[in-house]
Design a protein around this ligand. Structure first.
Ligand SMILES: Nc1ncnc2c1ncn2[C@@H]1O[C@H](COP(=O)(O)OP(=O)(O)OP(=O)(O)O)[C@@H](O)[C@H]1O
Ligand SMILES: [Mg+2]
Length: 232
């Protein structure tokens, strides 16, 4: 479904990605793990054509995304939830939800969102910035879901969220995947990544250094320690 082959990209003279190969198959949830600064966010930005690619290819459903202008990529039904939940704090929840739409939302678009995130429905007229961190993250995800994407790229959705809310958010993300949306999931919280995803890529210094399954990582926590420096 989504395939990166030998992707090299960076900022000016600094090459961050040095030949990334990864793949997400239809319906899969795949985690991209790695220490700070190895290039996880840059990988997602490169898929969305927000960071220019200098070599390699990004293919989505057989079509080369790297040849498309960036603004066309969301229309290919890939949603991107950037790191640090970029919602607009002064806009209402409803206006934040509708940002990606060219016309007023239909009942068919809003209904499933409200069913999934009842907290947002209760707070539609409230300014986005007054939501809790977890609610803002839900809003950022809901904004992508409203256009019914086939795939979501999620960049550390549980970062800085109260532990109590992390479990609920994790369940929501899992249920989005179960509803058929493929996921590429960057996450520092390893238990959350393993709970949601079946396959895992580990990135080190701009390349994928290890590829495995969540089951394998659960059985061999020493791998997590070796590559990520955290214990489970
Ligand atoms: N806009 C930018 N201009 C220049 N360098 C950048 C820019 N954004 C990121 N970098 C650099 O690229 C490298 C990879 O950054 P990236 O944000 O992809 O890492 P990451 O794996 O997502 O890290 P984290 O886990 O901290 O979010 C870092 O060295 C970072 O300083
Ligand atoms: Mg990042």
């Amino acid at each position: 479904m989504l395939k990166l082959e030998n992707v090299c990209a960076g900022y000016g003279k600094s090459q961050v990605l040095q030949g990334v190969d990864l793949e997400v198959r239809p319906g899969e949830a795949v985690a991209l793990l790695g220490r700070n600064g190895v290039g996880k966010t840059t990988t997602l930005r490169t898929i969305m054509a927000l960071t220019p690619l200098s070599r390699g290819t990004v293919t989505f459903e057989g079509e080369r995304l790297d040849a498309l202008p960036g603004h066309k990529i969301p229309r290919r039904r890939i949603g991107y939830v950037p790191q640090g939940r970029r919602i607009f704090p002064k806009l209402s929840v409803l206006d934040n939800l509708c940002l990606g739409l060219t016309r007023a939302p239909t009942e068919d678009q809003l209904g499933p969102i409200f069913e999934r995130f009842p907290r947002l429905k209760e707070r539609l007229r409230q300014a986005g910035g007054t939501l809790s961190g977890g609610e803002q993250q839900m809003l950022a995800i809901a904004r992508c879901l409203i256009v019914k994407p086939k795939m979501l790229l999620l960049d550390e959705p549980t970062e800085g969220i109260m532990p109590k809310l992390v479990a609920a958010l994790r369940e929501e993300i899992r249920s989005i995947n179960e509803a058929g949306v493929s996921l590429l999931f960057v996450e520092q919280n390893v238990p959350t990544a393993l709970a949601v995803c079946s396959r895992v890529y580990i990135m080190e210094k701009g390349v994928i250094s290890h590829e495995t399954t969540s089951a394998d990582l659960r059985a061999n926590p020493d791998i997590i320690h070796r590559y990520l420096g955290v214990s489970m």
